[in-house]
Structure formats: C-alpha cells, structure tokens
Design a protein around this ligand. Structure first.
Ligand code: CMX
Length: 436
C-alpha cells in the first residue's frame, strides 16, 4: 500500500505481540548491574531504554533500522527532478516502518505533508510577535508548544478514546507536526534575518526540503540537496540522547506530540547537544580571526590548547556513545569534497580533523577524540550563504522531528508507560553503600 498509516496499522498488532512475548518470556531476567558511578555519571552505559528506529554502534555510528547511514543515503529514493540526494520523507518512512520506501511511497509522503503543512494563523502571529532577543531555538519551542492547540490526540483523549487506539491520533499529530516544521522554521528564519519577508505558502510541486529552502529564500539546487542530506543525517540517534529522551519522557505522560517535541527542542538547544553546531562555527571564526584562514599546524595546535586551558571543550569533538569519527561527519565531508572542496573553511575543517584528535588523546580523559556531526555542518551552510549561525540548531531541530516523531508513534502504539525512575537522597545512598 502507498499509505503510511495503513502500513503501520498492519505492523502494530505484530509488534505488540512481540513485546508481550518478550515481557512474558524474559521479564525477570537481568540486563546488567547498576553502579553508583553510573548513577552519578549521567546514566552512561546502562541498558535502560528500548528504541527500534535506530541504534548507535560505538564504532560504526548510527544505523537506521539496521542500515548504516551510508547505505541509507545511497538507497533512499530521489523524488525531485535532478536531485542527487534522497529525501528526508523517505527517511521518515524507513524510520517508522523499518522498510526502505519505494519512490511512490516517498512521494506519497511529500504530497501528504504538503497538504498538512499550513501553519495556523495564531502560531504565525506568535512568531511575528517575538522580540529579536529571543533565540531561534526558544522561538521553535514556543511555536511547537502553541501548536498543541491542533492536537487530535488531545481531543480524542478528552472524548475517552481507548488506549489501543491512542497511536492512531498520535500518528495524525506527528504527521501534522512534521509537515508544519519547514514553514515554522522558515518563518523564524525570515523574521529574524529577512525582516519578515518571504513566502509562507507550501508549493505542492516541491518536496519538504525544497519548500523549506524556497521559503527561506534559497534557490540553489545544490543547497537544496545539501539540506536533503542534512535532514536525513540528523533525523535520529537512538532514544537516549537529550532531545530524543526529553521527547519520550514528556510523551510518556501522554502530553501531545507538540508539547513533547517542544521539550525535546529545549534540550537540543543546549551547547553540549545541538547548539554545538553554532558553537563550532563561532569557535572556528574566532580562530581564523586570531591566526588567519591558512594557519600552520603549530598555530592550530596552540590555539586548540588555549581553548582547553581556558576550561572550555572543543566544540564538535567527542561523543557520549561514539568512539570513532561520526559517519554523519564523513558523509557531510563527502558532500563537501564533491561540491566545494576548495572552500577555505572546508579545507580548514578537514585539517582540524587530522590535528584535534591527537591533541584530545593527550588529555587522557576524552573518551572519543574524533569529530561528531556538528563539526562539519556549519562550514557547508556558510558556503551556500546561510551565514546566521544562531539559526543552525533550528535546522537540526527540523531534521530531528522525523526521528523523535517516529519514536513517539511507536512508543504509544506499544503502550510505553509513564517514565518514573526512583531517586534516592545522597544520605540514604551513603548509608546503603556503607552497609554493603
Ligand atoms: N573537548 C575537551 N574536553 C572534552 C571534549 C572536547 N571536545 N569531549 C570530552 N571532553 C572531556 C569532558 O569534558 C570530560 O572532562 P571532565 O572529566 O573534566 O569533566 C572528559 O573529557 C570525559 O568526557 P567524555 O566521557 O569523553 O564525554 P561525555 O560523554 O561526558 O560528553 C560530550 C560527551 C559530547 C558532551 C563531550 O564530548 C563534549 O562536551 N563535546 C563538545 C561539545 C559537542 O561537540 N557536543 C555535540 C555532541 C553531538 C550532539 O549531541 O549534537
């Protein structure tokens, strides 16, 4: 079938049965031990969550439904005439159903999102009233939480819909939210940087990324391809990262997908998470100001060491789970090598990739000295003229809606309960552990 909801409706009963079986057969088995250092260390390394959309291998990076990103990028259907990159619509289909869509299925999603994507007037007015001091990410949070007024789930819940049917309404909200994300983000962009100019109408002939770029005032076909790739790469990264987990946590209270996405975006806005793409560019520009755009290796090394001495992290490097160069970094680098390898900033990023890991290794404490997804995106955006770095994390958010909404649909379809870990006072723990 060409309709995503029908495909999912067939899968839901099977997956529910699988979960029931898993719980009945293995519910009492142990997954590991919890040490105090895990509890005090941000819960790193504990097998605590279940998520089928994607999986991060420490060395190979992210897998979408068992496929490496390299294969995903290669196999996604191309839907727009002449485009070289697969669409995020296709990635959403893959993340939700577990199967790579055919061209017709991916195109069907584009059509459906173009129908669902009109941003209500009250949300536009809210965005238009924003003071320019409000960071674009804070604006994105405000817009997505106000859209809660659209929630079909909230209305159905009030009418007492049965639990087994929750997911059908959550699906509707998730689809509407994904559809509205490019126009919402474009309005934030145009208000902040173009004095509010720019179209707010979706063109049914364009795909999700094409519409977004046009609404922001970008027409270059290569740039639209870059955004397709960017949106595919940033969509999903398991469910334990801050933005995905915040979305799941809030969703587990049965708050609407709009509110839970807003919570996820509040997390993405942090400098240790999604804001790192903005931080990378600020750091890079400060470095260029100090040592020029064609520095010697020694000068770079000294500059990086100064950053570290100042008690700061090197943005774009390190990861909580990954232990190798992030394939999302490599795929962006592949794009750069094909499209803009002579760009000065691109060259610099490639040189840093060789130098920074060696410096971080010497610190002896950095678990992963290699670049992550955020180390590259900024210079590519700069190359195509999207220079407003305060906006970069919004692009990450536009992409991330795909992964976290795929996760949310499945969490409700499988009846994931409200999350409520138990906390203990430090005094209780001191006593408890002394007696051990
Ligand atoms: N520069 C300097 N020091 C770093 C570092 C970096 N890039 N990455 C890790 N470290 C340090 C940590 O600060 C920590 O030091 P302390 O013990 O003194 O506090 C030590 O190395 C051990 O940390 P870790 O186990 O390697 O890393 P964590 O899992 O705690 O944190 C992350 C992971 C991403 C927050 C961290 O590597 C970091 O701050 N990186 C820079 C910011 C960044 O690029 N974030 C984007 C990540 C991708 C994303 O989510 O978007």
């Amino acid at each position: 079938g060409a309709n995503l909801k029908e495909v999912l409706a067939k899968q839901v009963p099977q997956e529910r049965e699988k979960m029931m079986g898993l719980k009945c057969l293995h519910g009492d088995k142990k997954l590991g031990d919890i040490k105090l250092s895990n509890v005090m260390g941000g819960m790193r390394g504990l097998m605590l969550l279940m998520c089928d959309t994607s999986y991060v291998d420490p060395n190979k990076g992210i897998f979408y439904r068992g496929m490496t990103l390299k294969d995903v990028v290669k196999d996604l259907p191309r839907v727009q005439e002449g485009s070289k990159e697969g669409t995020p619509e296709g990635a959403f289909w893959l993340l939700t159903t577990g199967k790579m869509p055919n061209k017709g299925q991916a195109e069907g999603l584009t059509k459906e999102w173009n129908k669902r994507g009109n941003v209500p007037r009250y949300c536009q007015r809210l965005l238009d009233s924003m003071d320019q001091r409000i960071h674009p990410m804070a604006q994105l949070c405000a817009a997505s939480s106000c859209l809660d007024a659209e929630s079909k789930f909230v209305k159905a819940y009030r009418k007492g819909v049965k639990r087994a049917k929750y997911w059908e309404y959550i699906y509707e909200d998730a689809m509407d939210l994904c559809a509205m994300m490019p126009p919402v983000a474009a309005i934030i962009y145009c208000n902040a940087f173009k004095d509010g100019a720019g179209s707010r109408e979706l063109n049914p002939k364009e795909d999700w990324s094409g519409n977004f770029c046009r609404m922001c005032g970008y027409k270059d076909k290569n740039f639209i391809d870059l955004m397709r790739l960017y949106f595919v790469l940033h969509a999903d990264h398991e469910s334990g990262n801050v933005s995905a987990h915040a979305t799941q946590l809030v969703g587990s209270a049965l708050s609407s997908p709009y509110l839970s996405f807003s919570a996820g975006m509040a997390g993405l806005a942090g400098p240790l998470h999604g804001l790192a793409n903005q931080e990378v560019l600020i750091w890079l520009q400060e470095m260029i100001k100090e040592i020029g755009d064609d520095p010697k290796d020694d000068e770079i090394i000294t500059y990086v060491n100064e950053t570290l001495k100042g008690g700061k992290v090197v943005p774009g490097y390190g990861h909580a789970v990954l232990r190798q160069t992030d394939p999302r970094f490599e795929l962006q680098n592949d794009f750069a090598m094909k499209n803009c390898k002579d760009d000065k900033n691109v060259k610099l990023v490639t040189r840093l990739w060789k130098l920074i890991p060696e410096i971080l290794k010497k610190l002896g404490k950095v678990a992963n000295p290699y670049p992550n997804v955020d180390a590259h995106s900024g210079v590519l955006l700069q190359h195509y003229g999207l220079k407003e770095m305060q906006y970069y994390t919004v692009l990450f958010g536009v992409s991330r809606v795909l992964g976290v909404m795929a996760q949310t649909i499945w969490a409700r379809a499988l009846g994931a309960p409200i999350e409520r870990p138990k906390s203990f006072t430090s005094d209780f723990l001191c006593k408890f552990l002394q007696d051990k």
